[in-house]
Design a protein around this ligand. Structure first.
Ligand SMILES: O=C(O)CCC(=O)C(=O)O
Ligand SMILES: [Fe+2]
Length: 252
């Protein structure tokens, strides 16, 4: 068997950065099935936020950061076997449970996004995100060293550098894994947009994307090649992480 680390390394997007991109991590049939199961979930499973809705699977996390574990539904752990496939990448080799035990499913309508944020210390610093239904553009950011700048873009009293460190197109069916400093000292976010204009040549005004050469979706490639804006559809993402501290309640 090939060493797992080497396999992961083939998917690295940028030298020295722990960001790994896997196009077509699932098939279109699996994608359709997952979207159907997400939409079939009972209404109370959805949590409504101001700007999007989400489902939490694997259990709730207490205020102290402990997971109250609940088994995954079959559409996450059996068919398709998303958790086992993520484990097989080797990215979770050094996490407490060696595989994700917690999955957040986010739904984004066109025009919705997620503000730059950090995922925080309750998770081991590895995150794998599966995209379904539509592409999006995912940015990594850093805090500014000097502390001045636009106060509107600051969080926790620190100012975020609005120029992304790295930008990635997440194709439908792709998996992206971030770990190390990309988890612990960077933020990530998705702009609220209904379309994305991508730079296909150095002189073309648009977002510079780190995984252009790795894209696989024929339509996305064609649109980028002709400078056509990519219209966002409804996107679902499965954010898979390992919560280190798990509460095992004894049964009476
Ligand atoms: O939807 C995504 O790709 C990102 C979601 C995310 O950052 C999160 O749930 O913490
Ligand atoms: Fe996040």
């Amino acid at each position: 068997m090939e060493p797992v680390g080497q396999h992961l390394a083939e998917h690295r997007l940028s030298e020295g950065k722990d960001v790994f991109y896997f196009p077509n991590f699932i098939t279109t049939e699996e994608e359709e099935y997952l979207i159907r199961k997400i939409n079939d979930s009972p209404q109370p499973q959805w949590k409504k936020l101001a700007s999007r809705r989400l489902q939490i699977w694997g259990g709730d996390i207490t205020a102290k950061g402990n997971l109250l574990p609940r088994p995954f539904p079959p559409f996450i752990s059996k068919y398709p076997d998303v958790i086992a496939r993520i484990k097989a990448t080797g990215a979770f080799e050094n996490t407490p449970h060696k595989e994700p035990n917690h999955v957040i499913i986010n739904e984004y309508l066109p025009g919705q996004g997620i503000m730059p944020h950090e995922d925080g210390p309750q998770y081991h610093p590895v995150v794998a995100t599966l995209s379904l239904g539509s592409h999006t553009v995912f940015h990594y950011y850093q805090y500014r060293a000097d502390g001045d700048g636009d106060p509107a873009s600051s969080g926790h009293g620190k100012t975020i550098d609005t120029r992304p460190t790295l930008s990635v197109i997440l194709e439908p069916r792709s998996l992206i894994i971030s770990s190390g400093a990309m988890y612990t000292s960077h933020l990530h976010g998705i702009e609220e947009a209904t379309e994305d204009i991508i730079a296909c040549t150095p002189h073309f005004a648009g977002i510079a994307i780190s995984n252009l050469a790795r894209l696989k979706d024929p339509q996305i490639k064609q649109f980028i090649g002709t400078g056509t804006p990519l219209q966002r559809g409804v996107r679902y993402s499965l954010t898979c992480r390992d919560v280190g501290r798990v509460l095992h309640l004894s049964r009476r």
